[in-house]
Design a protein around this ligand. Structure first.
Ligand SMILES: O=C(O)[C@@H](CO)OP(=O)(O)O
Length: 281
């Protein structure tokens, strides 16, 4: 009397599978991150921060390829976010063009800018190593909360001398560590990006090495020692699947400590990561 026919077992399991799939779909949110392609100051090996240099020729090609990879993966986005710096904006434009998404809304925000490199902005990275030593420069580049030396308002690198930051108040003596970068990236994420994701939209973010390090530190729960070792390659799509609590669902092929996965040739990506690391040897 409790026996079920084969047909009803099949239909039960099919409907169970269907509802499981529905839950999976409802619970999953794709997030597309891209660091800008190589910039002219990456090419010249200069500390860049908020300096507004363009992409290099190679950078343009890297991010067109990033767009093609996103398209080939069948991914799309409903809204995009980027910084106020042209290397990230141009990266986004290329990706949107390659994916046929130039029509989607784009929100630009200083909170997604690269971390400000203070008095190091414009200095040659290798010359800075020669002057201050590799260890000190690594502390400035990758320690969690030790910032580089500051700039004051007499410096062209201070944001008060740039009209795009009019209306925002930055300290008289300005610089940023990864920790203070996180202090503006994460509130922006929570206040502006999360509601879009929760409303069901797929979000794309084109940003910078260190603003993305801050974001993935938050998403992946990376500790302060481990984040020091993390370098994000230029022009490489990084795809996250987030659950309904916006916690990353570990992706096959993810490179630890990240739980999102990079699109593209994995050996080339590892070489690009090493390239970023080796800017100061
Ligand atoms: O110069 C910069 O602004 C950043 C990114 O290019 O460099 P680093 O990787 O040394 O933090």
């Amino acid at each position: 009397m409790f026996a079920l026919s084969r047909a009803s077992v099949r239909s039960v399991s099919r409907s169970a599978l269907r509802s499981f799939a529905a839950v999976q779909t409802a619970d999953k949110h794709t997030l597309i991150l891209v660091r800008h392609g190589e910039s002219t100051w990456n090419l010249e090996n200069k500390f860049t921060g908020w300096y507004d240099c363009p992409l290099s020729d190679k950078g343009h090609e890297e991010v067109k390829e990033a767009g093609r990879l996103i398209k080939a993966e069948g991914l799309s986005a409903d809204i995009a976010f980027t910084s106020l710096l042209q290397r990230a904006i141009r990266t986004l434009w290329h990706v949107l063009e390659q994916t046929g998404l130039m029509w989607i809304p784009v929100h630009k925000a200083w909170e997604l800018n690269e971390r400000h490199y203070g008095a190091l902005q414009g200095l040659d990275k290798q010359e800075t190593v020669n002057k201050y030593g590799k260890d000190q420069v690594l502390v400035w580049r990758r320690s969690y909360d030790i910032p580089p030396p500051t700039v004051d308002k007499s410096s062209p690198h201070h944001p008060s001398n740039d009209p795009r930051y009019a209306g925002f108040d930055f300290p008289e003596e300005f610089t940023e560590s990864l920790a203070t970068t996180l202090d503006r990236v994460v509130p922006f994420w929570n206040k502006t990006v999360v509601p879009e994701i929760k409303s069901g939209k797929t979000v794309m973010i084109a940003a910078h090495g260190n603003s993305l390090r801050a974001l993935v530190k938050h998403l992946d729960g990376i500790d302060e020692a481990t984040i020091a070792e993390l370098n994000i390659p230029t022009g490489t799509p990084l795809i996250y699947e987030l659950d309904d609590n916006l916690k990353p669902i570990p992706q096959v092929g993810a490179i630890a400590p990240l739980q999102g996965r990079y699109l593209g040739d994995q050996d080339a990506i590892r070489a690009r990561i090493e390239g970023v690391k080796n800017q100061t040897k």
